[in-house]
Design a protein around this ligand. Structure first.
Ligand code: C5P
Length: 223
């Protein structure tokens, strides 16, 4: 941190690339704040589903979001005071989140909230547009990548361990669709910005990936 300005690490990547686990570990190691931007879209999707909101109607979505209180504490996500972590981590909500995430007005409305996480000594922010839109001046930009098969296997293990009944090839199919939606959308698509370090994680375990990012962090800090 120079002059009390928070150091920002932006980590982007496709669904199942391991951003969540990696970003959380790095924020813990550095004692930095943490932003899981995907969780914001998931909580909104969950709220929209519960209230039977038409997710194609931006007016209905904006009206919904203005009345939502989304909070992160005790390692959980909270909606209007209720813990919703386990409900938002299912595939159907991930899919709905990527459908509502195409709305430009909604994304703009969420910018200020996401940026409010940026506090000293620093922030690790993960999502799809952290480096490109939300924190374009981030000090370190990482793009985590992995093949569809590897990401489907990781998701499969994660969901099975939580007791969900899932099928590997369905997951791979869902991941491909989500990649397409996230990369092809007009607003804030998932892109690799030119300053980003691209880390291919098919053959790396979590510790190796975390260490790679920490060594890039040390290098950037020294600059
Ligand atoms: O990262 P996660 O899978 O939880 O994100 C759920 C969905 O939310 C993504 O598929 C994506 O469409 C959307 N999202 C987004 N921008 C972000 C984070 C997530 O559009 N910064």
């Amino acid at each position: 941190m120079k002059n009390n300005i928070p150091f920002v690490i932006a980590i982007d990547g496709p669904a199942g690339s391991g951003k969540g686990t990696i970003a959380k570990k790095i924020s813990t190691k550095l004692n930095y704040h943490y932003l899981d931007s995907g969780a914001i879209y998931r909580v909104i999707a969950y709220a929209a589903k519960k209230k039977n909101i038409n997710t194609e109607s931006i007016e209905e979505l904006i009206n919904l979001v203005k009345h939502l209180k989304i909070e992160f504490f005790e390692n959980n996500e909270w909606l209007n005071g209720n813990k919703v972590s386990e409900f938002i981590r299912v595939e159907s909500i991930g899919k709905l989140a990527s459908q509502i995430a195409i709305h430009d007005k909604l994304r703009t409305l969420l910018l200020e909230y996401q940026r409010s996480f940026c506090k000293p000594p620093g922030l690790v922010a993960e999502g799809r547009d952290m480096a490109s839109v939300v924190f374009p001046n981030a000090n370190l930009k990482i793009y985590l990548s992995a093949s569809v098969d590897e990401r489907a296997k990781r998701r499969y293990k994660q969901l099975i361990s939580k007791g969900n009944d899932v099928n590997l090839s369905d997951l791979a199919h869902e991941i491909k669709l989500r990649d397409k939606r996230d990369k092809d959308r007009e607003v804030s698509p998932l892109v690799i910005v030119k300053e980003a370090y691209v880390i291919e994680t098919d053959n790396l375990n979590e510790t190796e990936t975390v260490n790679k990012i920490l060594s890039l962090f040390d290098k950037e800090k020294r600059c």
